[in-house]
Design a protein. Sequence first.
Length: 319
Amino acid sequence: MLLYGILAFSTVTVYRAVTSGSPVKNMSSSAAGDGPKYTVEERGSPYTLDYRLYFKGPQGYISPWHDIPLFADEPSKTYNMIVEIPRWSNAKMEIATKEPLSPIKQDEKKGVPRFVHNIFPHKGYIWNYGALPQTWEDPNHIAPETGAKGDNDPIDIIEIGSVVRHRGEVVPVKVVGTLALLDEGETDWKLVAIAVDDPLADKLNNTADVEVHFPGLLKATYDWFKHYKIPAGKPANEFAFDGQYKEADFAHKVINETHDYWKKLMKEPSPALNTQSLQPEAVHQVTQDLWAQQVASQPPLGQPADIPVEVDKWHFIQF
């Protein structure tokens, strides 16, 4: 049995400038070359519970979860990644699966915005973190590979390329493998990917290639997911496959399965999650007027709230 201990120290103040990660900018994200362009609209104050990041496509408001295609280019098996959390940032942002338009919001814990801790030698998230649209890890399905049910969210993905992305970007990515995290008894796949426009993208096809060009990153990723909840008083996370990474072909299979679960979810007449979308096959259709009213009802963009000082602490874990 491993024994975990935690020591917390304040980091140097230079980290303060990057605690929030890359700011949202007035950007235009391309899903695939000359494909659809997406922009974002912020509401509320960043780092508060009323913050929301809404998405727009060529025809108006969209749900990023339901209306952005899974594939950037299906023949080459490249996918659209929705960036929720830029690398080096601490604010735990996520797609709000129960809300109309599925905006990005900050997760909360005990009624306050949630931030992840800094675990030595890392600062916040160590890659760009996000989700694949049009996927869903069905909580009613027990994955035979893991023996655990899905976590009721879109499938998670980390992007390991050289660019620190912005919250709300839609980035075409190439998947090279996956880690099977068991998060509090639920299957929580963590896909490993690289942006297709990264200089090293052509050289990465599997996890062995990642180790060659990003030595130590896969081990650091395993350690990060295993330990990141310990400073909050929770035990270390567990993994299927003894913590071994599965390769790209396996990851594509998992993505296809979660895409099929999403298709079934969109046809449910009374889902627990919000499935309003512009998809013609969806049960719950919406209009631009209704979505515009929903966004307009939210508070206007305000100044970011102060980030708690404790977010800058460094945690040293002994095991």
